[in-house]
Design a protein around this ligand. Structure first.
Ligand SMILES: NC(=O)C1=CN([C@@H]2O[C@H](COP(=O)(O)OP(=O)(O)OC[C@H]3O[C@@H](n4cnc5c(N)ncnc54)[C@H](OP(=O)(O)O)[C@@H]3O)[C@@H](O)[C@H]2O)C=CC1
Ligand SMILES: O=C(O)[C@@H]1CCC=N1
Length: 265
């Protein structure tokens, strides 16, 4: 049976493990985390705890790196001797490149890079995925199926894995901040914030479905809501005046710049 192991069982690692363990994938899942309480919680899903990073890497065919980028170099140095040519390393660490992983393990390490997002916790994740040279079609298909156990996955060129972070990895936070603006407004005009949050959240779900399923472009969808002389145009004018799309562009660029900084650590 294929052995998949997780280094790190925090927010993202545990979300992916729960996704796999609730799917019909016939694989053995193991994990190591410094916090043994996290491993105990996952044992209820059938995840086997390991006592060290090295024990995990030694036993597994696929190793999924789910620690913070800032500690990854040290973790890889610890396990480097256990990384062999037949193992596949799947990394979800923001900013981390295949070269970084290879420089801390072996030059020919097989690497799959993934940028997931927190909606994975509900099985509604959106992950960008890419493979470095040397990963076979079969190995890549396996890695993709692991990620797809908790949402959708889209292949992205490997040299765009830092740029994509703003679009799906970090964007849930940007969307939540946007939601906060609407709920705060509702409160300010004496509307129950819980009702407002439900209405705004359902508007997000519905709008997302329109984006993917209506067959219309983003501009056409905006126009469809904007009755001539109506309320939407009045609101949109303020967003254009505030240069919302320029601010989003700056936000994405800052996100990408930080990913390049993390890549150097
Ligand atoms: N959160 C997000 O929205 C996203 C995160 N990512 C990436 O996912 C990765 C994990 O993020 P996230 O799950 O949020 O972080 P968490 O802090 O929730 O999880 C990381 C876990 O790794 C543990 N850990 C630290 N050192 C080791 C070690 N040597 N061996 C094993 N486990 C260790 C941490 O323990 P302790 O807390 O005790 O240090 C923690 O439990 C990051 O690289 C991040 O860039 C990618 C996309 C989205
Ligand atoms: O903020 C971060 O660095 C991680 C990567 C994408 C979302 N969270």
């Amino acid at each position: 049976m294929t052995e998949l192991g997780f280094l790190g069982a925090g927010n993202m690692g545990s979300a992916i493990m729960r996704g796999i363990c609730s799917s019909d994938m016939q694989i053995s899942v193991s994990a190591y985390d410094k916090d043994t309480a996290k491993l105990e919680a996952l044992s209820a899903f059938g995840v086997k705890p390991c006592k060290s990073e090295c024990e995990l890497v030694k036993k597994c065919d696929y190793i999924l790196l789910a620690v913070k980028p800032q500690v990854l170099g040290g973790v890889l140095d610890t396990v480097a001797e256990e990384v062999t040519h037949d193992k596949v390393i799947i990394s979800i660490c923001a900013g981390i490149s295949e070269d970084f992983i290879r420089s801390h393990t072996i030059p020919s390490a097989k690497v799959v890079l993934v940028m997931p997002n927190t909606p994975m916790m509900l099985g509604l994740g959106a992950s960008a995925i890419s493979r470095a040279d040397g990963v076979t079609d079969e190995e890549f298909a396996f890695a993709k199926s692991v990620i797809e156990s908790c949402g959708i996955a889209e292949e992205v060129p490997i040299n765009k894995m830092k740029e994509i972070i703003a679009v799906n990895g970090s964007s849930p936070a940007f969307i939540y901040l946007f939601a906060k603006g609407f709920v705060d407004y509702a409160k300010s005009v004496d509307i129950n914030p819980d009702a407002a949050l439900k209405l705004f959240a359902q508007s997000l779900v519905g709008s997302a479905k329109m984006l993917t399923d209506s067959g219309m472009t983003v501009d056409e969808l905006i126009k469809q809501v904007s009755s001539p002389g109506g309320t939407t145009i009045a609101g949109l004018d303020k967003l254009y005046e505030g240069k919302l799309t320029d601010t989003v562009d700056e936000c994405c660029k800052a996100c990408t710049a930080r990913a390049y900084e993390l890549a150097k650590k």
